[in-house]
Design a protein around this ligand. Structure first.
Ligand SMILES: [Zn+2]
Length: 308
C-alpha cells in the first residue's frame, strides 16, 4: 500500500530531501511489511508455557545486567531461546492527531494522542510492567526472571512527539522505553534533538541504533555498514555516554548476512517486526508488533495476546 508523506515535513529544505526520500520509502515499505506480517502473526506464537516471573517484583527488583555480564558458555542455544514464551513488544512511530492529508495506510503509524494515552493506560490497568532490552536478553539467554506481565515499548525514527507526548505519558505509569534513533534526523524540525535523546537516556530509557538514514539493511555493501551502522552507533554513544548494543532494522527488513556485521559493531540483539524469527539466530530477529493508530485499547490487548 502506498501513501503520501506526512505534511509535517512539507517545509523541509533541499538539504533534508535525501533523508525525506529515505523516510518516505520507510513508511511505504513498513506499511507493506505490516500488511504482510499481519498474516504471520500466528506463525511464530509462543508455546502455552508462561514466562518465568518473580511474583509481583517491579522492574527495579529484577536483574538489569548487560549482555557483557553473561558469558557465552552460560547462554542458551537457539532452540532453547525459541522455546521460551515471547515477551510482547510494541513498536510506535508518530504520536499525534490525524490530519486530513494522512492516508489510510499512514494511520497505522500515527497514533492519535488520546488513543495513545488510552493504550498505555490499558497496559497499566492490566498490570503490565515495562522491561528493557538487557532484561529481555537475560531472560532469553539464561531464563532470568522478569516482572509479572512484562512488555517492551519501543519507538522508532526519532519523531519529536515521542519526547513531548509519549515520554510524559509513560512517566505517569513509571514505564521506561526503547528509542531507536535514526541519526540523520537529529535536530531537524519535528525530530528530537541530541539533548532530548540524552535526556531520555539519562532518565533510564534505552537508546538503540536505527541506522543513519533508514536504508534497507538487505541492500548494504562494503562501506554502507560503516555509514549506516558503525558511525551512527558511535554518535549515539557519544550523545548518551553509554554503550549502544541494540538495533532495529529499518522497515523490519533483515537477512542472515546482516547478523555478523551487526555483531562486529557491538550489537547484542536486533529487532524486527511481526514475521517469523530466524531459527539459527533468534536474538537478531526479536519480534515486535506495530501498535496501530486504529487500535482501541481492547484491540491492542487482543493483538498482544494473539501475537506473542
Ligand atoms: Zn524506522
Amino acid at each position: 500500500m502506498k501513501f503520501t508523506y506526512y505534511p509535517l515535513l512539507a517545509a523541509a529544505t533541499i538539504a533534508t530531501l535525501s533523508a525525506l526520500t529515505a523516510c518516505n520509502d520507510a513508511k511505504t515499505a513498513t506499511a507493506a511489511e505490516n500488511a504482510a506480517s499481519a498474516t504471520a502473526i500466528a506463525v511464530d506464537s509462543a508455546s502455552t508455557a508462561t514466562i518465568t516471573t518473580a511474583g509481583n517484583a517491579t522492574a527495579a527488583d529484577i536483574s538489569t545486567g548487560s549482555p557483557a555480564t553473561i558469558p557465552a558458555s552460560k547462554r542458551a542455544d537457539a532452540a532453547a531461546i525459541l522455546a521460551r514464551p515471547q515477551v510482547p513488544i510494541l513498536c510506535y512511530h508518530q504520536i499525534r492527531d490525524w490530519r486530513a492529508k494522512d492516508s489510510k495506510g499512514a494511520k497505522d503509524y500515527i497514533v492519535p494522542v488520546e488513543q495513545f494515552k488510552a493504550q498505555i493506560k490499558m497496559l497499566a490497568d492490566s498490570g503490565y510492567h515495562s522491561i528493557l532490552p538487557d532484561q529481555l536478553f537475560a531472560y532469553l539467554t539464561t531464563g532470568a526472571p522478569l516482572p509479572s506481565k512484562p512488555i517492551m515499548l519501543t519507538f522508532d525514527d526519532t519523531d519529536l512527539d515521542q519526547f513531548t507526548v509519549a515520554r510524559p505519558t509513560l512517566d505517569k505509569y513509571g514505564y521506561k522505553a526503547v528509542y531507536f534513533v535514526m541519526t540523520v534526523s537529529l535536530g531537524r524540525p519535528n525530530y528530537m534533538t541530541k539533548a532530548q535523546v540524552k535526556q531520555l537516556s539519562d532518565e533510564g530509557n534505552v537508546i538503540g541504533s536505527h541506522t543513519w538514514d533508514h536504508h534497507n539493511v538487505k541492500k548494504y555493501q562494503g562501506q554502507d555498514w560503516v555509514t549506516q551502522i558503525e558511525k551512527p552507533t558511535k554518535q549515539l554513544e557519544e550523545i548518551t555516554g553509554k554503550k549502544i548494543n541494540y538495533f532495529a532494522y529499518p522497515f523490519g527488513l533483515w537477512n542472515p548476512e546482516a547478523f555478523p556485521e551487526l555483531k562486529k559493531r557491538g550489537m547484542d540483539a536486533a529487532f524486527v517486526l511481526a514475521e517469523k524469527r530466524d531459527q539459527q539466530d533468534p536474538l537478531f530477529t526479536i519480534r515486535r508488533i506495530i501498535a496501530s493508530g486504529y487500535w482501541s485499547p481492547r484491540t491492542l490487548h487482543n493483538s498482544i495476546v494473539q501475537s506473542f
